[in-house]
Design a protein around this ligand. Structure first.
Ligand code: MLT
Length: 195
């Protein structure tokens, strides 16, 4: 965990498939200079690539594993908070597979996060019961040419979050699954506005 500046939120950085705990550190520093950064490595391996939960195929999730790994992640956050004395609000910043476990965390353990930046995220699951997110800010960053995450899926994710009373900001870039400079600028503005 990196050192913190008073008043800044703590960011929970969650990398994409095949990434690692270092990938999002520069982005975290750009989004919230001085913020404490909590950046775990996904524990699942898919042909050697690190992930946060198992999938059966691209975009088809092993729901049992997702549920168990989300509970694990909530436990990790709680232990890290105690270990490092983190009092700040926690904002998840997840990319792709990391965005998917971030939204699962938000929907299953709403009290864990103060908000989230979900980059190229999908619907992790449809909540079986109403969820209350109490106007927590959530930024969805998506690519109009993303071959993995379709526009309908993003719309469904936004609807699930809005139905849970999240304050959703939906932003589209002329981009694919890879992040662009516009995503970073948008996320930086959003962070300044809400935290
Ligand atoms: C997932 O498995 O979470 C999504 O397919 C995104 C990915 O990691 O490729």
């Amino acid at each position: 965990m990196a050192a913190t500046t008073a008043g800044a939120p703590c960011l929970l950085l969650l990398h994409g498939t095949g990434g690692d705990e270092n990938d999002l550190l520069p982005l975290g520093r750009a989004l919230a200079p001085g913020a404490a950064l909590l950046s775990p490595l996904g524990k699942v391996r898919e042909q050697g690539m690190a992930r946060f939960f198992r999938r059966l195929a691209e975009g088809v999730f092993d729901q049992k594993d997702l549920e168990a790994r989300t509970t694990d992640l909530a436990g990790f956050v709680e232990r890290a908070r105690a270990l490092y004395g983190i009092q700040e609000k926690l904002v998840a910043v997840g990319f792709s597979n990391g965005a998917n476990i971030a939204s699962s965390l938000l929907l299953r353990f709403p009290e864990t996060l103060a908000g989230a930046v979900l980059m190229r995220g999908m619907v992790p699951f449809v909540p079986p019961q109403p969820v209350e997110l109490k106007r927590k800010p959530v930024l969805l960053l998506n690519g109009l040419e993303d071959p993995i995450v379709g526009t309908d899926e993003v719309g469904e994710l936004a609807n699930i979050l809005r139905a849970a009373n999240a304050e959703v900001t939906l932003h589209w870039e002329q981009a694919g699954h890879t992040l662009s400079q516009g995503d970073v600028l948008m996320a930086t503005d959003w962070m300044r506005k809400f935290y």
